[in-house]
Design a protein around this ligand. Structure first.
Ligand SMILES: Cc1cc2nc3c(=O)[nH]c(=O)nc-3n(C[C@H](O)[C@H](O)[C@H](O)COP(=O)(O)OP(=O)(O)OC[C@H]3O[C@@H](n4cnc5c(N)ncnc54)[C@H](O)[C@@H]3O)c2cc1C
Length: 368
């Protein structure tokens, strides 16, 4: 919850970077949960006092959504490993003193063939490429990384060999929640900035806010923001209880980032030409969803809607019996053989029965 307050405050301050959250709430949990005592002693104190900045490197030029297709290899040597390959789009990649690198330790595409390694910036053969120029989120550095026969000791292996994919999947709910939370707080920032702008900006003899279509557009933004907040707050509460599953975290992330996109679009429009100027307070926030677009389905649609999640699994969320017309179906009947996202749509299309199972009904609050 403390971490979530920091994520949100960073967004309310209209500040897309540095990637504090990635360092503290994505990388640190890997060290704390799966790292040996030796690895924890080596990195955690520095990570806590800020002298060691960290990143996590999964994506490669030819493997983004399709994580199992990654080509970075770690080969066992006597007493250690040799790491070779390249990564791209790595947040904090330029600043990082240590990078958790996902590498294949068993050839093929098996999910049991991926392992995680803690690679210090000082390792011979580890080079940074260019610092990538993005459409938005300029305060967050994003870089390419190259590994050429980087020699690592046995102790650099994070957790067990071959368990990397499982660790990544286990940490995904918090990562998805983090993105949902930041997207939600950014939407709230944009709404507030736009409401202020519309109240001050004069047009047709009065404030913009008095013009009905403008008021209606802001009302639609507010409806989006309030529903997003209800979902995100409920997920935060579930996560604090250790009760947030991958499916609901995916839904929160999808919804919050889609809402962020819609809010950015409407708010930019309501700022007129001013919103398109880089120096205007709202423009960085409005540009951020473009950067998040790639992240809306990180690790591919499989991450959004893992194959093993079938329609029936939603009962954990819906908490009610399935509608009559689906009761005879086997698990996975609905949406089988369709793209994973279609499964989500299929699932949603049966949610209009009278069951209130989809209602989270948490207390709704708006920033400020
Ligand atoms: C600002 C930013 C920061 C990032 N930070 C990190 C980081 O710190 N560490 C890291 O490892 N990566 C990071 N990434 C990379 C990010 O995770 C990838 O961009 C993402 O996984 C998508 O991979 P890709 O870009 O290769 O797209 P591709 O895999 O080429 O996908 C292109 C499009 O096709 C869609 N698509 C792909 N497969 C399917 C499918 N089966 N069905 C339907 N649609 C599909 C995707 O959703 C996407 O819209 C970052 C990216 C950005 C933009």
């Amino acid at each position: 919850m403390f971490a979530a307050c920091v994520w949100e405050e960073q967004m309310y301050a209209n500040c897309s970077g540095p990637g504090f959250a990635l360092h503290s709430d994505i990388v640190a949990p890997y060290l704390l949960k799966y790292g040996s005592e030796e690895l924890q002693r080596e990195y955690v104190p520095g990570m806590a006092d800020g002298s060691v900045i960290t990143a996590i490197a999964m994506t490669e030029p030819d493997a983004g959504s399709d994580l199992l297709g990654l080509r970075t290899r770690a080969e066992r040597l006597d007493g250690g490993w040799s790491l070779s390959g390249s990564k791209t789009y790595i947040t904090n990649g330029w600043l990082a003193d240590m990078v958790v690198v996902v590498a294949r330790t068993t050839p093929g595409r098996s999910s049991r063939g991926l392992s995680l390694f803690c690679v210090p910036r000082s390792a011979a053969g580890f080079e940074r490429g260019s610092r990538l120029r993005k459409l938005g989120m300029h305060a967050q550095d994003t870089a390419e990384l190259f590994f050429d026969d980087v020699r690592l000791p046995d102790s650099a292996l994070l957790g067990q060999e071959g368990e990397g994919f499982r660790y990544l999947m286990q940490e995904l709910p918090q990562e998805r929640l983090l993105i949902a939370c930041m997207a939600q707080a950014s939407s709230e920032f944009m709404l507030e900035a736009t409401r202020r702008h519309a109240a001050q900006r004069q047009a047709f003899g009065g404030p913009l806010l008095r013009i009905k279509p403008v008021e209606h557009a802001l009302a639609r933004v507010m409806a989006d923001v309030v529903t997003g907040r209800a979902l995100v707050d409920d997920c935060l509460a579930r996560h604090a209880r250790g009760d947030l599953d991958a499916t609901l975290a995916s839904i929160a992330k999808l919804q919050a980032t889609e809402i962020q996109g819609r809010v950015a679009d409407a708010c930019l429009q309501l700022h007129g030409g001013a919103g398109y100027m880089r120096d205007h307070e709202v423009s960085p926030a409005c540009a951020a969803p473009a950067g998040r677009r790639a992240e809306r389905r990180p690790r591919g649609v499989a991450a959004l809607w893992p194959r093993h999640h079938r329609l029936a699994d939603l009962q954990g969320v819906r908490r009610r019996a399935r509608p009559a017309h689906l009761r005879g179906c086997q698990r996975g009947d609905a949406g089988n053989h369709r793209p994973d996202t279609v499964k989500l749509e299929a699932a949603l299309s049966v949610s209009d029965d009278s069951s209130p199972g989809w209602c989270w009904l948490p207390p709704v609050r708006l920033h400020g």
